[in-house]
Design a protein. Structure first.
Ligand SMILES: [Fe+2]
Ligand SMILES: [Fe+2]
Length: 327
């Protein structure tokens, strides 16, 4: 599917979904003032969409809660002069994160040949920014919701974020884009989605569980978070003080511009989605190839035939290694 078709399909999907959006109300409104049941269905749909849009436009979006160690690590590494010993001391405060960091540092993702058992060793192997990336991935995986269908959607969002992170790093290497932010930018490119998912879940719990009870709820929720996720993600990027390259990737990954990191993440995003379609929906390998070629063209990112084949061969392995590292 070329980018224009993809865009049309996306809008068609959103419009179709909006036809079936349930009636909801914001939490701060008194339930007795305007009973939702009295509103015509289309008006209720438009109202919900408008309210989500206005929440995003006015910045009434709460980023997901992250462990304090992860937030502190972002602050420490944002200056570019973090001392590895400070990093190790910080991570030691959270034994769960420390254990998961060691596990990741010993995984195939970091081509580990010799086992390391200390945090200092992990920091040496991964480097300051590598530690930041891994701790952020651990923190993101830790954003868990229990109720369905939100739980299932959150798991899929995590799987996609991780795949996109690993493939962004691969694409950056193949396209010779000198960046240390490819993994993080890929990991966080859709951060607006879990953010909105949690908002919708809260809204829905306060308004009677309509989204959860209707059969096509997953479909509708995904359409809604799809529509607003880049704007919501931009708000999260500001609150978390993310590096500029990550902010650009979050804001523009569906419409690549001159920024090379945005182009890289666009290609990684499409590659990751094409591989998921091949793995889970039985899409043909030729379709994966076409989709990745279209993404490269859309992003104006040139790969030689050999580099393209390397991407095809290594992308799924990069994803699998990342899954193992954070299992
Ligand atoms: Fe996206
Ligand atoms: Fe994505």
């Amino acid at each position: 599917m070329d980018p224009v078709q993809a865009q049309d399909a996306h809008h068609g999907w959103v419009n179709m979904a909006l036809d079936t959006i349930p009636r909801m109300r914001r939490s701060h409104e008194a339930p007795s003032r305007t009973p939702d049941d009295d509103l015509p269905r289309e008006e209720a749909q438009r109202t919900l969409r408008a309210r989500l849009a206005s929440d995003v436009a006015e910045g009434h979006i709460e980023p997901p809660l992250l462990p304090s160690v992860a937030l502190e690590l972002m602050r420490l590494t944002s200056t570019g002069a973090a001392d590895p010993r400070d990093l190790a001391a910080l991570i030691e405060r959270d034994q769960m994160i420390a254990a998961k960091l060691l596990r990741a540092a010993n995984s195939a993702m970091f081509a580990a040949s010799r086992e390391i058992t200390s945090l200092g060793g992990a920091v040496n192997r991964l480097g300051v920014l590598g530690v930041r990336d891994v701790v952020l991935a651990i923190a993101l995986k830790g954003i868990v919701v229990r109720d369905e269908p939100y739980h299932r959607i959150m798991v899929r969002l995590w799987e996609h974020a991780l795949a996109c992170a690993a493939i962004s790093k691969l694409v950056a290497g193949l396209a010779r884009v000198p960046t240390e932010e490819a993994f993080l930018a890929g990991l966080l490119h859709d951060i607006g989605k879990p953010t909105l998912l949690i908002s919708l879940m809260t809204m829905n719990q306060e308004t009677g569980g309509d989204l959860r009870d209707v059969g096509r709820a997953m479909f509708r929720i995904e359409a809604l978070i799809d529509e607003f996720h880049t704007a919501a993600g931009t708000l999260v990027a500001e609150r978390w003080l993310l590096p500029t390259q990550c902010r650009l990737a979050i804001a523009h990954h569906h419409a690549p511009n001159a920024s090379r990191i945005v182009r890289v993440v666009h290609v990684a995003d499409e590659t990751s989605r094409a591989l998921t379609a091949e793995r889970e929906e039985g899409a043909w390998p030729a379709m994966t190839e076409d989709r990745i070629r279209a993404a490269l063209e859309h992003a104006c990112l040139a790969l030689s035939q050999r580099e393209f084949e390397t991407l095809l061969i290594r992308a799924d392995k990069a994803r699998e290694d990342a899954v193992q590292a954070f299992a």
